[in-house]
Design a protein around this ligand. Structure first.
Ligand code: COA
Length: 371
C-alpha cells in the first residue's frame, strides 16, 4: 500500500495498477451498522477522585466527558459479538462469507478472537481472523474486507472493530486512563456496483515502524515474553510492572496524528476524485477533539461536517470509527448518498483513510448501551 513518501503525492504512472483504487466491476458496498458499548461508565468527576486532574482539564485538552469500560470478566469477544449481531440484523442477513475483527486487545495472545466471535454468531466454519493496526485497525479492516470482496473470496462479510483497551492500561497512569474507553462497532459489506450508495471508493494506508515506541506495551510479546517479566510484574515500583502496561508519548502522537491523518485524507480524496468540499461527513478516529478539529481545519472541512462522539466514549481504538458511524446514523447526521471520509492514526505507527458513499441505513438499535 502507500508508502510514507506517497502521502503528499501519488507518483505512479497513470494506466499502471494503482493500489487504493477500487475495481470498476466489483465494489465493496456497506449495508449495515451495529454498535455496542459496555454499561459501566467512568466520568471525569470519577477520575478526579483517583488522580490529580480536573473535569475542566480533560474536557478542554481532549473533549472527553465520559468513557464506558468493561467490568472484570468481560472480554473483547463479548463486545464484538454484540456489535456484530447488531450489524447483521441491520443488514438483514444471518450469515456472511467471512468475519474480520480489528482489535489490539484479543481475548488471548493466541489464538485470534475472530473465530470465537464467528462461532458465537452461528457461523462456525466461516473464515475468521484478526487484524491488528491499533487505532487504524478499522480502516485497515475495511481495506482487507474490500480486498476479499474484489478478489471474489467473499460475497459479503462482517467487519468488527472492538477493543477493551482499558485492560491494557496501568491503573496508576493518569495520562492514559483519562483518554481510553471500551466498545465495539461493526459493519456488513457486500459485493455490489461502484455507483451504488454504500460503495467504497478509495483507500490510503501507510505505516512507519520507526515510531513504534510512541504507542506500545513493551513487555508480554515475543521480544520480552510473559515468563521473562513475571518477576516483579505485580510490584508497582518495579520497571517490570510499568513495562507490562500500555505506554504512550502523548504530545508526539498528537503531532504525528494530525500530520498523517491530514496527508492520508488528501490522498484518499484524490483517489476518489473528490475534493474536501464534496465531503458531507468527516469521520476521523475519535482520539481527541482537538486532533479532529486540527485535521478538519487543515483539510478545509467545516465543523458542522465533522463527526464527534469522543466526548461520550473516549478513545476506543479499533472501535472508534464504527462507533462514530453508528452515532452519526442515530443522530441523523448521515443520509443515503452522503460522501463520507474516514481517517485514522494509531500505534505502529499506522494510518489510513477510506472514501465511501453512505447507503440507506436504519438507526442501529439493540438495548440501552447500543447506538
Ligand atoms: N490531568 C491534568 N494534567 C495532565 C493530565 C491530566 N489528565 N495529563 C497530562 N497532564 C499534564 C502533564 O503532566 C503536563 O504537565 P507539565 O506541563 O507540568 O509537565 C501538562 O498537563 C501538559 O501535558 P501535555 O502532554 O503537553 O498535554 P497535551 O496538551 O499534549 O495533552 C494529551 C495531552 C495526551 C491529551 C494529548 O497529547 C493527546 O491527546 N495526545 C494524543 C493521544 C492520542 O490520541 N493517542 C491515541 C492515538 S491513536
Amino acid at each position: 500500500m502507500a508508502s510514507a513518501g506517497a502521502i503528499e503525492q501519488d507518483s505512479r504512472d497513470p494506466g499502471t495498477f494503482q493500489p487504493g483504487k477500487r475495481s470498476r466491476e466489483r465494489a465493496a458496498v456497506l449495508c449495515g451498522v451495529g454498535a455496542y458499548i459496555p454499561p459501566s461508565v467512568v466520568t471525569n468527576a470519577d477520575l478526579t477522585v483517583r488522580f490529580d486532574t480536573s473535569d475542566e482539564w480533560i474536557r478542554t485538552r481532549t473533549g472527553i466527558v465520559k468513557r464506558h469500560v468493561v467490568d472484570r470478566g468481560t472480554a473483547t469477544s463479548d463486545l464484538a459479538e454484540r456489535a456484530g449481531a447488531a450489524a447483521l440484523k441491520a443488514a438483514g442477513v444471518r450469515t456472511v462469507d467471512a468475519v474480520v475483527l480489528a482489535t489490539t486487545t484479543p481475548d488471548h495472545p493466541c489464538p485470534g478472537t475472530a473465530p470465537m466471535v464467528a462461532e458465537r454468531l452461528g457461523m462456525s466454519g466461516t473464515p475468521a481472523y484478526d487484524v491488528n493496526a491499533v487505532c487504524s485497525g478499522f480502516v485497515y479492516g475495511m481495506a482487507t474486507a474490500a480486498g476479499l470482496i474484489a478478489a471474489g473470496v467473499a460475497d459479503d462479510l462482517l467487519l468488527i472493530g472492538a477493543d477493551s483497551f482499558t485492560t491494557l492500561l496501568n491503573p496508576h497512569d493518569r495520562d492514559t486512563v483519562t483518554i481510553f474507553g471500551d466498545g465495539a462497532g461493526a459493519v456488513v459489506l457486500r459485493s455490489g456496483g461502484p455507483d451504488e450508495p454504500g460503495a467504497v471508493h478509495a483507500f490510503d494506508l501507510g505505516s512507519d515502524g520507526a515510531l513504534a515506541d510512541l504507542i506500545m506495551v513493551p513487555a508480554g510479546g515475543s521480544r520480552r515474553p510473559p515468563r521473562a517479566m513475571a518477576h516483579g510484574a505485580d510490584d508497582a515500583r518495579s520497571s517490570a510492572y510499568d513495562d507490562a502496561w500500555f505506554s504512550m508519548q502523548g504530545r508526539a502522537v498528537y503531532r504525528h496524528a494530525v500530520r498523517r491523518m491530514t496527508g492520508s485524507s488528501r490522498t484518499a480524496l484524490r483517489r476518489a476524485g473528490w475534493t474536501a468540499d464534496d465531503v458531507d461527513l468527516f469521520v476521523g478516529h475519535q482520539a481527541n477533539v482537538r486532533i479532529l478539529q486540527a485535521v478538519a481545519g487543515e483539510l478545509g472541512i467545516p465543523d458542522d461536517r465533522v463527526c464527534v462522539n469522543v466526548d461520550q466514549v473516549g478513545n476506543t481504538a479499533a472501535a472508534s470509527i464504527p462507533l462514530a458511524l453508528a452515532h452519526a446514523v442515530s443522530s441523523g447526521q448521515l443520509r443515503e448518498g452522503d460522501k463520507v471520509l474516514l481517517t485514522a492514526f494509531g500505534g505502529g505507527a499506522t494510518w489510513g483513510s477510506c472514501a465511501l458513499t453512505w447507503p440507506k441505513t436504519d438507526p442501529p438499535s439493540e438495548g440501552p448501551t447500543s447506538f
